[in-house]
Unconditional design. Structure first.
Lengths: 880, 109
């Protein structure tokens, strides 16, 4: 092998410096000619004669040069082409083997490639904005350090004081609206944005213009920007769309611009309007908005964070009622958006990696069996002079062809999967980062193919190269078969173990999904329309009107035909995910001096009818009535979780508490009811303690409530008539409508896709393991024909033969299962973050997976077993 | 000078390597040396010599270096590599075994 130190530079020179190599050859031969001429001269010839004599003796210079060139060329490309040609012939002659190997490789390479393409577009690739790494999201943090949305007044102060950003803008998240551009109303996601929003993103309109400053003023004519996709879909790409009207939830807006193709933020939003379209709550504690900003050049994330923290501290001092303990945090946009999906992607990547390994193991086994079968041929070639390295190279180029074909087919497998996988992207990513086939993905697939080749080709090739010709030509060599089959069995055991890990993981994920589907919400989400209302409440007189507003509105809504019941609350379960409001509870009789020693619970402001509309069971006591608004006495309702935690065996009714975290409020509230628990926060986690208080007690906080309306029939049919009711009461109040069912199903989208993908991978792994088991058992049976024949001739029954073969398969299975269980116990512990309702050692999943694997192993063994049983002893004894 | 004897390729390789084992030399010098030492019996033709030298170089058993001769001419000198030395040893051993076996057979009478 040390020869390569000399051979490699030589080969490279022949390739790249041909001219100088040629010149050397000429020089070398000319030197020889000169020497020969000199010799002739010393023998007495004249210089001219000597020269010609030398030429004659040298013979054809051209031929010599050609022969020398041949020596170089043949070693370089010739053998390579020879190997390739031979390899192709071999593959063509064994179409079955080739097909199985190529398809196996295609699946094994295609799966990780598809996942990698998501990883590339979601985690690695840049967002489709200018210098996207400089774009950040800014959040407020509540007293527990968790990040929350931002209030408009805080945002304005930030914008005025922060120096770390070139631009800062807020947007109101995305909400569905009904847009009418042509004839049909279309449901799309929309958002309202502040001035400078598009400048933060670095986006210009492709048609028309982004919002001008004057369009961001109250009282200006309503304008909107639409996305490219929306433009194509609703207006057919009509370039005269500028100036046309788009009716957005009943408000006519003028279209002033179209965004470029594939650009948008937040994800799925198709319509942007200036903030001023829907008047927003002016309260400093209404934390409703999200903020994005662009860092100034040269400003680091840390310094931006430091500045924002300082500003928040100043605000906390200036507005202790609303901003005490409120901080701020600056996060890079990309990491932000992908943090939810990162664990899933990592897990899927690991799963796909396992599939890849199993596929390589399978093909490696196939190659091993083939190498054994070709031992005689290889021994012959070795005896005829082929070096060991030559044989290895031959076999490697065959497996290289396989990897090439497998990789190519894998690409074909991966591309349609990528389209399907677009659904997996987190909802927040800009719709532009579509999963595409780019250079990185191609590079990845090439690397995988190379890795596959290395893994599965090297071992069989090395084994084959060490043949001893004499041993094989004599016809012996059964011992070599045993060594081989032990290695093959080992590989299959590994395969079985790996596929068991995948099966168990898939089982856990599927069970999580089922649990999620059956989670007890604690209320009835069907036939419920959800209305988001924002009232003006910036001065005391406005606040006084808040109480009566809701009372009137709910009365009118209830009077609407088709409405069963209605009630409002803040926050509504599951709906208002971004809002969590809570704090310390001061229980009478257990006074603690500081809030940090008190019990904690979530606060809810509600109207009468809330529990009835959502069908939350009242376990003890009663619901609120409108009389309770008078605070005579002031009342509260708690949920089961709180009752159990704080009043374990006693009756909480009649006990008193106050909401200690509302600074300045010391009103004692009497508990008049206990209600059932309600699922919180994205359907996961245990329900926590909740305390419900009539909204009228805190009008400043009630300016933005969510109204739940239970209807007969489809809730969406009621949005128009209910909007009119709101409008009749107060035209300045915007209302947005969604259905509860839509809201509930959103958090289940990702787990569903996860479950499907995992199921697919596990299924692939199972299939591959089955093929692998079949291959090994079948091959060993075929090698043991003679032995089986002898045993049958000596009196063994068919049943005994069957038993021995099944035993062989059982050993493989048991060893693999043990390894798989051990591996799963470790692997599933890494998955606990994604599981819901099942532990990482859930026995049911383990048992089902093992049973499934056992069944397929049995099937895999039974086919060769059947063949073994049909062996005719007479034929077998003659078989070699 | 008589017809140059036909030498099997492997044997020619061995002779070249043996010559180089003593000292580095250029193609012309190798041919001369072989002729001299074999007392004019073995005359290697250039049509066989240079292809053989290039093949041996490609296989990594010898390597080349351009240097000046005594007469200040540029010539391509060849040297034996470590792998080449090992190969030579193996081939020599094989040859000795073969020739003694043939010798025994020929002595049979």
């Amino acid at each position: 092998m040390t020869r390569w130190i000399y051979k490699l530079p030589l080969r490279l020179r022949s390739l790249f410096r041909k001219r100088s190599v040629e010149r050397e050859l000429s020089d070398e031969l000319r030197f020889h000619l000169d020497q020969l001429t000199e010799q002739n001269v010393s023998k007495g010839m004249t210089p001219e004669e000597a020269h010609y004599a030398a030429l004659r003796e040298l013979g054809g210079l051209a031929q010599i040069k050609e022969k020398c060139r041949d020596m170089r060329r043949v070693n370089l490309i010739g053998t390579f082409l020879q190997d390739l040609h031979y390899g192709l012939r071999q593959l063509r002659r064994n179409p079955g083997f080739t097909a199985v190997a190529v398809i196996t490789l295609a699946l094994g390479i295609g799966a990780p490639t598809a996942i990698f393409s998501i990883v590339d577009s979601v985690l690695i690739g840049p967002l489709p904005f200018k210098h996207s790494s400089r774009i950040v999201t800014v959040w407020e943090t509540n007293r527990s350090g968790r990040k929350t949305r931002v209030s408009i007044l805080d945002f304005r102060d930030w914008k005025a004081e922060a120096h770390a950003f070139t631009q800062m803008a807020e947007f109101s998240g995305s909400f569905p609206v009904s847009a009418v551009g042509g004839n049909e109303p279309v449901r799309v996601d929309a958002t309202t944005v502040s001035e400078g929003f598009f400048k933060v993103l670095g986006v210009q309109a492709s048609l028309g213009h982004i919002f001008l400053p004057e369009e961001h003023k109250y009282g200006a004519p309503h304008t909107v920007l639409i996305s490219y996709a929306f433009w194509q879909q609703v207006f057919g790409g009509d370039r005269t769309v500028l100036g046309k009207l788009l009716d957005v939830s009943g408000i006519p807006c003028v279209i002033v611009g179209v965004l470029p193709a594939g650009v948008g933020f937040p994800a799925h939003v198709q319509v942007w309007a200036p903030d001023e379209l829907f008047p927003h709550p002016r309260s400093r504690s209404a934390r409703h908005f999200q903020v994005i900003a662009r860092l100034k050049p040269g400003v680091s994330l840390e310094s931006a964070n430091a500045e924002m923290r300082a500003i928040s501290r100043r605000l906390a001092l200036e507005f202790p009622t609303t901003n005490a303990k409120i901080g701020a945090v600056v996060l890079p946009m990309q990491a932000e958006l992908t943090s939810s999906i990162k664990p899933t992607l990592e897990l899927l990547f690991a799963a796909a990696g396992l599939v890849f390994l199993i596929a390589c193991a399978n093909v490696s086994n196939l190659l091993l069996s083939r190498a054994s079968a070709r031992r005689r041929e290889l021994a012959l070639r070795s005896a005829l002079g082929a070096g060991a390295w030559r044989l290895v190279r031959q076999l490697l180029s065959e497996s290289a062809l396989l990897s090439l074909l497998g990789g190519g087919l894998g690409l074909v497998v991966a591309v349609p999967s990528m389209h399907l996988l677009n659904a997996l992207r987190p909802a927040d990513l800009p719709s532009a980062s579509r999963i595409v086939l780019n250079g990185w993905v191609l590079l990845f697939i090439a690397l995988l193919a190379l890795a596959a080749n290395a893994m599965m080709g090297v071992v069989p090739a090395l084994k084959a190269s060490r043949v001893d010709p004499s041993e094989w030509l004599k016809g012996a060599g059964h011992t070599a078969v045993h060594r081989d089959s032990r290695m093959r069995s080992g590989v299959v055991v590994a395969e079985v173990a790996l596929s068991l890990i995948l099966l168990i993981a898939a089982g856990l994920i599927i069970r999580s999904l089922v649990s999620l589907d059956h989670v007890n919400l604690g209320f009835n989400p069907h036939h419920v329309l959800v209305m988001d209302i924002s009232l003006p409440g910036e001065n005391p007189s406005a606040r006084r009107r808040v109480a009566s507003f809701y009372q009137d509105l709910l009365q009118r809504i209830r009077a609407t035909p088709g409405v069963v019941s209605a009630g409002a609350g803040l926050p509504l379960p599951v709906v208002d995910l971004g809002i969590w409001w809570g704090g310390a509870i001061n229980i009478e009789g257990r006074e603690a001096t500081s809030p940090s020693e008190m019990a904690r619970a979530a606060y809810h402001l509600i109207t009468p009818g809330y529990f009835g509309t959502l069908e939350i069971p009242i376990i003890a006591g009663r619901e609120f009535t409108w009389h309770d608004n008078a605070k005579n006495p002031a009342v509260a309702i708690i949920n089961e979780a709180m009752a159990r935690r704080d009043w374990r065996n006693k009756n909480p009714l009649g006990q008193r508490l106050n909401l200690a975290s509302l600074a300045g409020d010391k009103t004692w509230l009497t508990i008049v009811g206990v209600v059932g628990n309600v699922a919180e926060r994205g359907l996961q986690g245990e329900p926590g303690p909740d305390v419900y208080v009539p909204y009228a007690y805190y009008p400043g906080n009630s300016t933005r409530m969510t109204i739940a309306v239970r209807t007969l029939g489809n809730p969406t049919n009621f949005s128009a008539v209910l909007r009119r009711e709101v409008h009749n009461l107060n035209p300045a109040v915007p209302a947005q409508f969604r259905t509860m069912s839509d809201i509930i199903s959103a958090p289940k989208r990702a787990p569903r896709v996860r479950a499907v993908l995992f199921g697919v991978f596990a299924g692939l792994a199972l299939m591959l393991a089955m093929v692998g088991t079949y291959g090994v058992i079948s091959y060993s049976v075929s090698k043991r024909y003679q032995e089986i024949g002898i045993r049958m001739a000596l009196g063994a029954q068919k049943g005994d033969v069957l038993k021995s073969i099944l035993q062989q398969g059982a050993v493989l299975f048991v060893l693999g299962a043990v390894g798989g269980v051990a591996g799963s116990l470790i692997a599933t512990r890494l998955m606990t973050g994604l599981l819901y309702g099942v532990g990482s050692t859930d026995p049911l999943s383990f048992i089902v997976a093992i049973t499934l694997l056992g069944a397929t192993s049995l099937v895999a063994c039974s086919i060769p077993a059947h063949r073994a049983m049909k062996v005719d002893p007479a034929v077998a004894l003659r078989h070699e | 000078m008589g017809k140059p004897s036909d030498l099997i390729q492997g044997t020619l390789d061995m002779l070249i390597l043996k010559t180089l084992a003593l000292e580095p030399m250029h193609g012309w010098g190798i041919a001369q040396r072989i002729r001299q030492v074999s007392k004019e019996v073995l005359q290697v033709h250039q049509g066989a010599l240079y292809p053989a030298l290039h093949r041996l170089e490609q296989n990594g058993w010898i390597r080349a270096k351009w240097a000046d001769t005594d007469n200040n001419r540029r010539a391509k000198y060849y040297l034996l590599t470590a792998a080449g030395r090992k190969y030579l040893q193996r081939e020599e051993a094989n040859w000795k075994r073969l020739s003694s076996a043939i010798g025994l057979l020929l002595e049979m009478s």
